[in-house]
Ligand binder design. Structure first.
Ligand SMILES: C[S@@+](CC[C@H](N)C(=O)[O-])C[C@H]1O[C@@H](n2cnc3c(N)ncnc32)[C@H](O)[C@@H]1O
Length: 961
């Protein structure tokens, strides 16, 4: 029977498109039938179905879904499948459909072994040729791959002749399966892009994590629902997405990377734009390498803060956008410079940066933004894949490089420079950062001195000054300005920054400035203030290195990110109102960071002592050097500590005893740090500390060092105004009336907070013949001869209820309980290890508070532990109360009471705003004592006695009144 005739009879009642497809499956070699197969798919997928030219010459293609290959003979299905797969180079689909005589099948691309896909990639010929060639090369996999089909039937031919309903069932099942294979790409959004970046990092060179970030930003403009990643068959580490090169791929993973890319697309919702991705470049970096930014001091400027700074500039230099060439020599990802749009409308911007990947991102960012396009110059050109180091060249060289870049673009250096810069925050002494691998140009070091060089931002400031000087000298337009985000250290009168300050003041006048909270806006570790200051090049250099305008900065360290986020940056009128009211807020006090005050270090008039030292000539190369216990690993350190045969004991920060040269014993020793930012490093030990050592030898010195110690400890626990962070602590301006009460606080805090211990350094340790030495606890109230008992205790009375008295009482109670342990034996041998015991430990009634606390914990002695907890509670309250007195403008007024620099409530923790009522009485007592003390023969003992009586009286308010 004529087969065609037969088929006609059996399929007449089928839907037309299915009927046509069946005809093809029965006689695929006939041209007319091929058209019927195409019509079948077109019927199903309508205009989405494309073919031939529109589909890279495949037989059919639905983007994001499938590619179709029609073959004649059933034996050609394998070549057809591979041909279909070869279209993956240029088409985007999830499955391949192959139809041949009596044969229909669907394969998922992901199920085909990588070796076949790899081989396809390496072929340059047309897909039809690749299909034929590779079907032969991979003949051995043919059956295995057939089994991998997610739908297939090889006996369709027979069916057509027998069972019509079965035919329809089969075709319907094919359609259902095919429809289910439609690829659904996942969205990459502003909110989830870091998660996707993390997955993406798997495909890139792990040794250079920043390359993944670079690739992401290279792709975002062209990564859409239909984008296809083109892998290179020449270089297995590269690919392109819409012509955009992507490098540093791991060769073995590139096929998987292609799948990955084609499973996602970048999606923006209505109010978002691509710049929102760039604005989060720091997050992207952190995702792939959490240390990269820290190591390189990269902290991008918050966008709203950048706009606020721009508003401030506009108030001072309204024509900046028009009349200056703005240069950001450390542009990072461009947060600072790209945001200076309205209202300043920066015209031409020149950006450079040491890290080429960031430079590349900035270029992408500005190119993608019509506002910037054509109005910026990236130096060096991105194609050079190089960064531009701002610090390793002379000012002249830098200007030449910029000038050449501008000339190449047909632009002229015909306007004054405005340096807009947020230089790196890294200091060379920063242990979390890698040391920069370049030398700072000598001209810069000449300006700032070796010491300040360690802070990279100081080098930046000096280089900007040198460039502005050079511009002025070489007839380029002068009147340069500096618009700078910096740490605030250089604005203080610390000696380290002296040369830099003088140099800047010589060339520039201060215009305006603010201080913000770095942690709030820069995602930095720790809380420190960041200054934004504006400087104008002097019209006439007057050779004076003093700044004429006082550098008063508005303290807006209280300002939050959230507050600025709510500003309407594009409405000048409301913006002006909002910014002005922010600066007029009573919290926005003006502060001067170069206060003329006596540093506390000078006030105590003591020479700093230390036992950390460099190794001597004869010690270099030796294994164990210094006076630490024989087992201590630090004996091998580059620097040495103490002396192996020392006769006194000093203490390391972790309380390890160390033999040191003979020193004054039985007195409290302190490690006292001079800067506010280091006040939590302050300690009180029963021996000399390894560095920054000071001591109390008598009452006068005790007053001073205990005041320094207690002020530091108090600031460390309660806080201090952020603007003071980079300053040195200064001598407390204590008026006579407050002297005694301040001393009481200082002594009480010293008694409760000290870390003095009683210990022994055993003989023959760390070297033979070293004698045993003993270190007493100078703060033991249980020893009538201790420094505490003899010099300090007289200030306190058991009957007084003032906080310092209560605190001292709590310490005494703690010791009373401790004393009970020694009714039978004079000492307790200790079996546990602690840093302060070199060998076996022994505790006596005169042990240090921390030793008793450790014992109580080890023994689970609840009574002692409760007494200790009470002591700690009182210590906290006492420090709070002392703090309130320190900052109270009517009491000690530590932060000054000039209207401009006084401390405002926002820095004061809300509770305990008033210090203890008893302290007020004590002040009265002090006044009585002071007036009595003017009489002759009024020595310290008498003074203490009268003070005690006055204090007693003050505790009975009725009698006083
Ligand atoms: C604190 S970030 C500021 C980035 C950008 N201006 C912003 O505000 O978002 C400092 C930038 O300085 C760059 N940098 C560090 N040392 C540099 C040098 N010697 N020359 C040029 N740029 C440098 C870092 O790569 C980093 O991007």
């Amino acid at each position: 029977m004529d087969e065609r005739k037969e088929l006609k009879v059996t399929t007449t009642n089928l839907p037309k498109h299915i009927d046509g497809f069946i005809r093809y499956l029965s006689h695929p070699n006939e041209k007319a039938n091929e058209d019927l197969a195409i019509s079948y798919f077109r019927y199903l997928f309508q205009e989405k179905f494309t073919r031939q030219e529109d589909a890279s010459r495949s037989d059919g293609y639905v983007p994001g879904h499938f590619v179709l290959e029609l073959k004649g003979k059933i034996s050609d299905w394998y070549a057809g499948l591979i041909q279909g797969l070869a279209y993956k180079k240029t088409l985007d689909f999830a499955v391949v459909v192959v139809a041949a005589e009596g044969f229909l099948a669907i394969w998922r691309v992901d199920d085909i072994p990588d070796e076949i896909q790899e081989a396809i990639l390496n072929k340059k010929s047309a897909p039809s040729k690749i299909g034929k060639e590779l079907a032969l090369s991979f003949k051995h996999l043919k059956q295995k791959i057939l089994k991998k089909a997610i739908w297939h039937d090889e006996q369709l031919h027979g069916l057509f002749l027998s069972d019509k309903s079965l035919v329809i069932e089969k075709i319907k099942s094919f359609e259902k399966r095919l429809n289910a294979c439609k690829k659904v790409r996942e969205k990459i959004t502003i909110n989830n892009f870091t998660k996707i970046l993390k997955i993406m990092a798997e495909y890139f060179d792990k040794t250079q994590p920043i390359k993944t970030v670079g690739a992401f930003y290279a792709m975002i403009y062209s990564w859409n629902e239909h984008s296809i990643l083109m892998l290179s068959n020449r270089n297995p580490t590269t690919a392109t997405l819409d012509g955009e090169p992507i490098n540093y791929l791991i060769p073995d993973k590139r096929i998987k990377f292609k799948e990955f890319v084609e499973n996602y697309y970048v999606s923006l919702s209505e109010n978002e734009n691509m710049d929102d991705f760039f604005a989060q470049y720091d997050k992207a970096l952190d995702t792939v390498d959490k240390n990269f930014r820290i190591q390189n001091g990269i902290f991008f400027t918050d966008l709203d803060l950048s706009k606020f700074a721009m508003w401030l500039v506009k108030q001072n230099i309204p024509d900046l956008g028009k009349n200056y060439i703005v240069i950001d020599p450390a542009c990072g990802s461009g947060n600072l410079v790209t945001n200076w749009r309205s209202p300043l409308q920066l015209r031409h911007k020149v950006v450079s940066e040491i890290e080429p990947e960031l430079l590349y991102a900035v270029e992408k960012r500005m190119k993608g933004d019509t506002w910037h396009n054509g109005k910026f110059t990236v130096v060096p050109k991105v194609e050079e894949a190089k960064g531009l180091n701002f610090l390793d060249k002379s000012a002249q060289q830098y200007i030449e490089i910029i000038n050449n870049a501008l000339t190449e673009k047909g632009l002229k250096f015909n306007k004054p420079i405005a340096f807009l810069c947020n230089p790196p925050y890294r200091g060379d002494d920063d242990r979390t950062a890698e040391k920069p691998n370049y030398e700072v140009h000598t001209s810069i070091i000449d300006v700032i001195s070796e010491e300040a060089k360690a802070e990279r931002y100081c080098c930046f400031l000096a280089q900007m000054k040198l460039i502005c000087d050079h511009a002025a000298k070489s007839n380029l337009p002068d009147n340069s300005v500096l618009l700078l985000f910096t740490k605030s250290g250089w604005l203080t009168n610390r000696l380290t920054f002296d040369s830099l300050r003088r140099a800047i003041f010589k060339s520039f006048d201060f215009v305006d400035g603010i201080l913000v909270n770095g942690k709030e806006f820069f995602d930095i570790k720790g809380k420190f203030p960041i200054a934004f200051t504006i400087w104008r090049y002097k019209e006439k250099l007057d050779n004076s290195s003093e700044n004429k305008n006082p550098i008063l900065l508005k303290d807006v360290t209280w300002m939050t990110k959230k507050q600025l986020k709510n500003f309407t940056w594009d409405n000048e009128e409301t913006l002006n109102k909002a910014c002005k009211s922010l600066l007029a807020n009573p919290l926005s006090i003006s502060v001067s960071l170069d206060k003329k005050v006596t540093p506390i270090r000078d006030w105590i008039s003591q020479k700093q002592k230390m036992f950390q030292r460099s190794r001597r000539k004869d010690e270099r190369g030796n294994n164990k050097v210094g006076g630490l216990p024989a087992k201590d690993k630090r004996l091998d350190n580059k620097c040495a500590y103490g002396e192996s045969n020392g006769l006194s004991i000093g203490f390391m920060d972790d309380l390890t005893p160390c033999r040191i040269k003979e020193s004054t014993d039985n007195i409290p020793w302190f490690r006292l740090n001079a800067q506010f930012m280091d006040c939590n490093r302050t300690r009180c030990f029963s021996g000399r500390p390894d560095q920054k050592g000071y001591c109390a030898i008598d009452y006068e010195s005790a007053v001073k060092v205990f005041l320094w110690y207690s002020i530091s400890r108090t600031f460390a626990s309660i806080g201090y105004p952020l603007w003071a962070d980079a300053l040195l602590l200064w001598a407390p301006p204590i008026l006579k009336n407050f002297e005694n009460i301040a001393i009481k606080y200082a002594f009480a805090i010293g008694l409760a907070e000290n870390e003095c211990v009683e210990t022994i350094f055993p003989a023959n340790n760390p070297i033979k013949n070293a004698p045993q030495i003993y270190c007493a606890n100078p703060m033991a109230p249980t020893n009538p001869d201790s420094f505490w008992s003899k010099i300090m205790a007289a200030h306190f009375s058991k009957s007084s209820e003032s906080l310092p008295d209560q605190l001292v009482k709590a310490v005494y109670l703690f010791y009373d309980e401790w004393n009970k342990k020694f009714k039978v034996n004079p000492e307790i041998p200790i079996s546990y290890q602690r840093q302060y015991f070199v060998d076996k430990g022994i505790l006596k009634p005169t042990a240090g508070i921390i030793q008793i606390k450790d014992f109580a914990k080890e023994m689970n002695d609840q009574t002692l532990l409760e007494l200790y907890a009470n002591l700690q509670k009182l210590l906290k309250e006492t420090k709070q109360s002392f703090y309130n007195m320190l900052i109270d403008t009517k009491a000690i007024n530590y932060f000054g009471n000039s209207k401009e620099t006084q401390l405002i409530d926002h820095d004061i923790p809300k509770k305990h705003l008033k210090y203890d009522v008893f302290e007020k009485r004590l002040i009265l007592a002090s006044m009585i004592v002071n007036s009595l003390s003017k009489s002759k023969g009024f020595g310290r003992t008498k003074f203490a006695k009268v003070f005690y009586i006055a204090d007693m009286l003050c505790n009975q308010p009725k009698q006083i009144t």
